[in-house]
Design a protein around this ligand. Sequence first.
Ligand code: SAM
Length: 257
Amino acid sequence: MAEATSSFPDFRRFHHHRGANYQTVLKNAHAFLRPDWYLEVGVNTGSTITLAERCVIGVDPNFKFSADVVGKKEKLFLFQQTSDAFFAGTDVPALAGGPIDIAFLDGLHEAEVLLRDIFNTERLCGPNSVIFLHDCLPGDIYMARRHQFDAEIRKLTPHPATWTGDVWKALAILQKYRKDLTITCLDAGPTGLVALSNLDPHSTVLPDAYDDLFAEIQAMETTHETLKAFLAACNITSTARVASEAEMRETFGLKAA
Ligand SMILES: C[S@@+](CC[C@H](N)C(=O)[O-])C[C@H]1O[C@@H](n2cnc3c(N)ncnc32)[C@H](O)[C@@H]1O
């Protein structure tokens, strides 16, 4: 996988997200859009799955709960496995009896894995659903390093705790090949939040081209210049644009409830 170590130690953070924290935006999405079914890939301690109140599916190969994950939820299904194993082995429509209304994809931070999570989730959605992506708008190349514990790169970073991986490349693929989607890039701290709407559960564009897209991802470099150009083209918008139900529905192009 190409990683431009030659450009280190150019660790300037060229983009700071100044909007609300991503969890605030997610909390608002639950309050405004009131999903019947919520899917979270990458649950970890449970801090974001607790925001969901009704029927919930959580997927993570290694749950580390420190929150009251059950709360008052009507239904809660937990799958302690990778997202690939979950999507391959679970009949979600039979489980849920309807579409996933909101999904939050925050699992393994590798671009091709996120790409698979996106098209496997879109199949389960309806036209009025929203898929949120975490970490796709990293502010510098250190947080965007491919491998979380890359010691050589990590020792150079002023903020080693922040790791987005290279999932921004999956967003670049969507921007290029799925122009039918509504893609809203929000300046949510600390590493951005992206909302995908106008989803098409019948689209096969991404899975049909997966091998070529994987090769394209492998050829992309994470340099100061490539990432800066990518972010500049993302049309990042303020979280203030989605601060009420009407604004969120309008921005994402969702029908009124
Ligand atoms: C950044 S954490 C999720 C944080 C959580 N969503 C939040 O906002 O608090 C990423 C999680 O992805 C999980 N993970 C790693 N590989 C995965 C995979 N292949 N499929 C699903 N989840 C995975 C990790 O175990 C980890 O708990």
